[in-house]
Ligand binder design. Structure first.
Ligand SMILES: [Zn+2]
Length: 130
């Protein structure tokens, strides 16, 4: 599990100190906003920038074994299903404000199992190394 909360705090501190413009951090693309609406899970936290709306969390999946699914947004239920059926793939959790467009990569981790020849598939979780 790679946690990006320190970077998030640093970005927000810059926003509040006006060292970073809102246009730079509230730059969710129409595609991301749509993914947040249709595939996002609304979480407890409200937007740290505009405080108008609760944040939505979107899970993007990436992996060589995913084919055309790579780069798509998936719900938690879909991730659980993929975890059981797919080879190893990476999940990137992004928080999005559907009001002002704030977005931030929260964390990334691996799901799925790596097939081992001659052994049953095993599920494991480990941090994405970057
Ligand atoms: Zn906002």
């Amino acid at each position: 599990m790679v946690d990006y909360s320190l970077r998030r705090r640093a970005v927000l501190a810059d926003v509040h100190a006006a060292r970073t413009g809102l246009l730079e951090v509230c730059d969710a693309t129409p595609y991301l906003s749509r993914a947040a609406t249709f595939h996002g899970e609304v979480i407890e936290a409200s937007c740290p920038v505009c405080r108008k709306q609760r944040l939505a969390r979107v899970n993007y999946v990436y992996g060589d074994g995913l084919g055309t699914v790579a780069g798509q947004a998936k719900t938690a239920a879909e991730l659980a299903r993929m975890d059981a059926m797919q080879e190893e793939f990476a999940v990137y959790e992004v928080e999005v404000c559907r009001s002002c467009g704030w977005n931030h990569l929260d964390c990334s981790y691996l799901l799925g199992s790596e097939p081992v020849p001659g052994q049953p598939r095993r599920t494991r979780r480990r941090a994405v190394t970057d």
